[in-house]
Every structure is written in C-alpha cells, then in structure tokens.
Design a protein around this ligand. Structure first.
Ligand code: IMP
Length: 432
C-alpha cells in the first residue's frame, strides 16, 4: 500500500524538552529525508534553533525549515493558532528563509485554536500547569465535533469573522475585555486574523494525500513528535498530560499514513531530566545547589526554562523506568541522549532503577499518579568524571566513567544509544 517509502518517527521519552530537534537535524542528513511532518500538538511546543549567531524560538513549525530541499508538513493531528503561525513565518523570514507552498504545507484538516479556547485555558488558571495556548480546549472541540478546520483559512474574510465572533462570545461568557485576556483589541484581532489567513492560505493542502504519494514514490518521511511519552493523552501520567497523542501511536492518525509505513522509532532522552507543569516526577531534585547547576542559567542556549512559557523547569536524575516504559510503548529501536556534557563535574551520578512505594519495591513504570506521587526513587550510584567532553566525537574517547554510565543506561532501558549530545552546537554530537 505504501510503496517502498518509509516513515522514521522521532519521539520524546520523558516529560518533553528532551532536545528532539538536534537528532531530527542529524537524521535529515543521514537518512535522506525529504519530508518532515509534525503529527501532534500545537504552539505548546517550543524549541530554540541557532542559525549562525541568531537564535530563533519555534513552536508549531517542523524542524526541517532550514533545508531548501525539505518539505515541512503540519499534519491533520495538530492544532494551529493561525495568528501565531503567521508570526513564526515572519520570524523565519527575518533569518532569510522564505518558505513557499512547496517547503511548507499545512493540513486543511488541522484544527484551529480559537481565541475562546485560549481564554478558557487561561481562565482555568493554571489547571495542571498548562502552557495556556488553548491546546486542551481545541482538542476538546475536535473530539466533541464542534471544532473548526484550517480549511476556513481559504476564505480570509470568513476566518476573520469567525475569530471575531468567537472572541465576543468568550468575553460575554468570561467577562473582562479582550485586551485584558489576550493583550489585543477586537479591531487588532480581526486585522491580525485577516492577514494571517492571507499568509497561510497558499500553504494549505491535503497533507495526508501528499504524504501517501511521497511513500508511493519510495521516499523517507520523518514524523516529528511534539511533547513526549509521559505527556501523551493515552499513555502519559494522566491527567498531567497534554491533549494529543505524542507517542508513535499518534503518527498514523496524525498524518494520514498507514501505521505499517513506520520503519523505525527513534527515541530521545535527556540525561538531566526535566518536567514543566504539574504532575508526579519521582526523581525530582527540589532544592539546593544541585538543582541550580542542573537547571543552568535563564537566557543561555541550554538553560532549562520553558521554551513557550519561560517557566523554570523542574529537574531530576535520569529515571531508567520512564525511559524503558517509553522504549516499550513506542517500539523504540534507537536512542539519542542529550546533555551528557551537563553531567561533567559531579562526583557521583544517580540513575533511578526502582521506586519504593510504602514497603513495596517496584521496578516497572506505572502511569498511576497516586502511586507515582507517593513513591521514592531507588537509585544506583555511578562514579562521575571531570574531564571536558564537549569536543569529543568518538564514544571511545569519552572518559571511562562516562562510557560506563551510558552502557548502564542501555542495559537498564533496553535500547541501544546511537547518538549522544555533548554540547549545544550542531556538531557537538557522538555518533556510534
Ligand atoms: P498543554 O499542552 O498546554 O495543555 O499543557 C499540558 C501539560 O503539558 C503541562 O504540564 C505543560 O507544561 C506540558 N507541556 C505541553 N507542551 C510541552 C512541551 O513542549 N514541553 C514540556 N512540557 C509541555
């Protein structure tokens, strides 16, 4: 059915922000990718990309935009905020990258995030600590069949009218002014909606048909996951999750391709684990110098602060149970690890190998939040290293203790480590 083309999916194995972008960049080059397609989520995601000496924050845009010969697809499983997406396009253009209808295609079946959804998300005032981008309400509207499809952007006047009346209805329900909620007047909103629709209109298309034809031509698609396994609506730590299918199981429905076309699932894990928002985090470090040194500094390229909200991320030791769970749920056959360099200088490194729940010692991850919130991580301790590893490109050139640490992780999580990040730059990567 799918010709000889295949899909390689890239998924997060923890609570998001693992640094998927840099592996996507690497796979684009090593696997001869022609299409990079986002299949879930929306502007709740945030990744920083550096181009020369400029850094740009992307939210909804796929990670292939820096390549002239890559077609970037925003699939039907995503939710889009047209005004924000048009602003991202403008930011990208400032870097000299002009996306055209061949290099960016947006599904006309993606669901729209309307102003009322954002207001509802904010009005819930930090319910589970969302990113307040209207993600939950947009997927709710989709599931209850009252959502609006991106196809309406074909008619900018209709879209502007929809947004304006939707905002008015939200204000009459929640009170306050639109400016107080969203920092924009009604006239500005209408104008922004009109111009966003005009910008996005040429990029709309039937992305499912496009991707299936790409498979028939024998090409390779990279399916880019946003968020991660433990934030997945079905397989995460519910209710402390996002509202989409972030695991590899979301690829087929989110892109309109057959699940049998998925050749490989590449998982990404961060060695200094983090979580933003609420929810259980058994290996969390809640105070002290260690927390500060793991989190790093705000504003630096590897500082651990939310890409969308700027919130400081909660930090913790590597948890082998969560990553093994992700390996099993997603069918991960290769792993990319980020931030090995950030562990340099610690005398000892801890890896969680079990949880103590009352007098019960469990060694398999559970998504049951009652259990997770009341357990203590059981650690194995490994010796650290102090050598600067930021220019190491060969696994064998790493300090012996760093090699042993990675090998132990492989044993514990049940998947081979194929790439290891040792710094924020593109080429600071060990390929095995
Ligand atoms: P929402 O996706 O904005 O509804 O937020 C639901 C939960 O997912 C919150 O705990 C957010 O902090 C978290 N979340 C959503 N997107 C990301 C992400 O890209 N990285 C990390 N956490 C995220």
């Amino acid at each position: 059915m799918s010709g000889n083309g295949v899909v390689i999916a890239v998924v997060g194995t923890q609570f998001g922000d693992e640094g998927k972008g840099r592996f996507i960049d690497n796979l684009i080059r090593s696997e001869k990718i022609t299409h990079v397609a986002r299949y879930n989520g929306g502007p709740n995601a945030g990744h920083k990309l550096s181009v020369g000496n400029q850094t740009i924050s992307l939210h909804a845009m796929p990670s292939g935009i820096f390549y002239d010969d890559i077609c970037n697809v925003i699939g039907n499983g995503t939710v889009i905020n047209p005004i924000k997406l048009a602003a991202e396009l403008a930011d990208i253009a400032k870097l000299g990258i002009k996306l055209n209808p061949k290099t960016l295609v947006i599904s006309n079946c993606a669901h729209l995030i309307l102003p009322s959804y954002i207001i509802e998300d904010i009005a819930k005032n930090g319910h589970i600590g969302t990113t307040a981008q209207g993600i939950g309400p947009a997927y709710m509207a989709k599931a209850q069949r009252s959502g609006k499809l991106a196809a309406i952007l074909e008619n900018p006047e209709d879209f502007a009218q929809l947004v304006t009346s939707d905002a008015r209805a939200a204000i009459s329900q929640h009170g306050k002014t639109l400016e107080e909620w969203l920092g924009i007047t009604e006239a500005e909103l209408t104008e922004a909606a009109l111009s966003a629709a005009k910008v996005l209109q040429p990029h709309l298309g039937d992305t499912g048909a496009l991707l299936r034809s790409v498979l028939k031509q024998g090409k390779t698609i990279l399916a880019e996951g946003a968020q991660s396994t433990l934030l997945d609506i079905n397989h995460g730590t519910y209710p402390y999750v996002t509202s989409s299918s972030a695991t590899s199981a979301g690829v087929a429905p989110g892109l309109g391709i057959p699940p049998t076309a998925i050749r490989e699932v590449f998982g990404v894990a961060k060695l200094t684990m983090s979580r933003v928002g609420e929810g259980p985090f058994p290996t969390e470090i809640t105070e002290g110098e260690l927390l500060g040194s793991m989190r790093g500094t705000k504003g630096t390229v590897d500082g651990e602060f939310g890409g969308t909200t700027g919130r400081p991320r909660r930090m913790g030791w590597f948890d082998a149970l969560t990553v093994r769970y992700a390996v099993e749920v997603n069918g991960i056959s290769r792993l990319g690890l980020t931030k090995l360099d950030r562990l340099t200088g610690y005398k000892n490194l801890k890896i969680a190998t079990g949880y103590l729940c009352g007098d019960q010692h469990i060694t398999e991850f559970t998504t049951n939040c009652d259990v997770l919130s009341n357990c203590q991580a059981v650690y194995e301790t490994l010796p650290g290293w102090s050598e600067d590893i930021s220019s190491v490109t060969e696994f064998g050139a790493l300090p012996k203790n760093a090699q042993a640490y990675i090998k132990r992780i492989e044993e514990l999580v049940g998947a081979p480590v194929a790439m290891i990040g040792v710094g924020a730059e593109r080429d600071q990567m060990i390929i095995r």
